[in-house]
Design a protein around this ligand. Structure first.
Ligand code: SPV
Ligand code: MG
Length: 353
C-alpha cells in the first residue's frame, strides 16, 4: 500500500466508496497519541470482529493466541506464512488497524524485509518484533533462559524493516525482553535506545513480574523519547489509571479473547459429553442468527439480489436458510424493500470497509 498522504480511496466491486484513513495511519496516530490507547487480542477473523464490535480501535494479533488456536505451541511451530494467512482473515474482517506480533521477525534482516512487504500487501498496519532468537519460546514459559539477540543484529533488522516498508505510516514496534531475561533496567534502556535510534516507532517493554514496578521504572528513565507499549498480563492487578498517569502509549490485552473462549468451549464440550442432549445447552450458546450476522450474511443476500439474474434466485439457490428479515428491510434506507444498489446497502449498514 503505497498511497500518498493520510487518506486513501477504498475500491470495492469496481466502485469508489468513501474516503477512509489508512489502517497504518490510524495505528501510527494511536501510538503517537497523548492518550492511553488499548489493543485487544484476537486470533481469527471472528475474534477480530468481536474485538472491533466491542469498541476497540485496534487489534493485537497475538502469536500465543494464533498458535494456540491452531493447536500448536508458541515456538514458531506455525510458519510465518500460516500466521500471515490468519492475519489476513483478521484484516479482511475488520476496519480497525492490526498490530501483528511478529515474534523475532521469523529469521534475520532479510526475513524481516519480506515480512514487512507481505504485511503491507495484506492490510496489516504494523508489526512488533522481539529481541530474542528464532525459534523463540513464549516469554512466560522460558523467559529467563532465552538468549537475547545481539543488539547490533537486532538494530539491523529494524532498519531493514523500516527501509522495506512502502507506506510511510507502517508501524514497527521493537520489543525489549531484557527485563524478562533478567538483565535489568540498564540493559533494557540500552537496548531500547538503540532500537529507537534504528528507527523503531515505539518500544514495547515486557515484564513477567506480578507488579508494574519495573515497567514503571523503565518509563520513568525513558521519559518521552518514543511511545512505550506495555502488556500487563502478569501485573493485571495494577489499575489502568497508573498506566495512564505514567504516560504509556498503548496497553495490550494480550490473550483474553482466547482464554475466555477456552473456558466457554471446555464447559460446553464437557456438558454435551455428559448429558448427551442439547436441551440445557441451546439457551447458553450464541444463536445461529448471531453467527450469520458476524459473518455478514445479509451482505451476500443483498449482493445476490443485485448480481444474480433472477431476484428470486437467492432463496432458491441457497435453500433460503437466511434471508433479509423485516427488520433488515426497514433499516435499509428507511424503506420496506431491500436496497437496490451497493451504495444503498452501505448507507443502510452504516458504511462498510
Ligand atoms: C503474545 O500475545 O503472543 C505475546 C505477548 O507475545 S506475551 O504472551 O505476553 O509474551
Ligand atoms: Mg508472542
Amino acid at each position: 500500500m503505497n498511497q500518498e498522504g493520510d487518506e486513501m480511496m477504498t475500491q470495492e466491486c469496481g466502485m469508489k466508496t468513501a474516503t477512509q484513513v489508512k489502517k497504518t495511519t490510524l495505528l501510527k496516530r494511536m501510538i503517537r497519541s497523548e492518550e492511553l490507547s488499548f489493543l485487544m487480542e484476537a486470533h481469527s477473523g471472528l475474534s477480530a470482529k468481536i474485538a472491533e464490535e466491542a469498541g476497540f480501535a485496534g487489534i493485537w494479533a497475538s502469536g500465543l493466541s494464533i498458535s494456540a488456536s491452531l493447536g500448536v505451541r508458541d515456538n514458531n511451530e506455525a510458519s510465518w506464512t500460516q500466521v500471515l494467512e490468519v492475519s489476513e482473515f483478521m484484516s479482511d474482517a475488520t476496519a480497525v488497524p492490526i498490530l501483528l506480533d511478529g515474534d523475532t521477525g521469523y529469521g534475520n534482516f532479510n526475513s524481516m524485509r519480506r515480512l514487512v512487504r507481505k504485511l503491507e500487501q495484506r492490510g496489516i498496519a504494523g508489526v512488533c518484533v522481539e529481541d530474542k532468537l528464532f525459534p523463540k519460546a513464549n516469554s512466560f514459559i522460558r523467559g529467563k533462559t532465552q538468549p537475547l539477540a545481539d543488539v547490533e543484529e537486532f538494530c539491523g533488522k529494524i532498519r531493514a524493516g523500516k527501509d522495506a516498508q512502502l507506506d510511510d505510516d507502517f508501524v514497527i514496534v521493537a520489543r525489549v525482553e531484557a527485563l524478562i531475561a533478567g538483565w535489568g533496567l540498564e540493559e533494557a534502556l540500552r537496548r531500547a535506545k538503540a532500537y529507537h535510534r534504528a528507527g523503531a516507532d515505539a518500544i514495547l517493554i515486557h515484564s513477567a513480574r506480578a507488579d508494574a514496578g519495573e515497567v514503571l521504572a523503565f518509563k520513568q528513565e525513558w521519559d518521552d523519547r518514543a511511545p512505550v507499549v506495555i502488556v500487563p498480563t502478569k501485573y493485571y492487578n495494577t489499575p489502568t489509571r497508573v498506566f495512564r498517569e505514567a504516560g504509556f502509549s498503548v496497553v495490550i490485552w494480550a490473550n483474553h479473547l482466547l482464554r475466555s473462549s477456552l473456558v466457554a468451549m471446555q464447559e460446553t464440550a464437557r456438558e454435551l459429553f455428559t448429558r448427551q442432549s442439547l436441551v440445557e445447552i441451546e439457551g447458553r450458546v450464541a444463536s445461529l442468527k448471531e453467527v450469520f450476522r458476524l459473518q455478514d450474511e445479509p451482505e451476500l443476500e443483498w449482493a445476490e439480489r443485485l448480481y444474480l439474474p433472477s431476484r428470486s434466485a437467492p432463496e432458491t439457490a441457497r435453500g433460503g436458510d437466511f434471508t433479509l428479515d423485516d427488520s433488515n428491510r426497514t433499516e435499509m434506507n428507511g424503506e420496506s424493500t431491500a436496497p437496490q444498489t451497493r451504495h444503498d446497502y452501505e448507507l443502510a449498514v452504516g458504511g462498510r470497509r
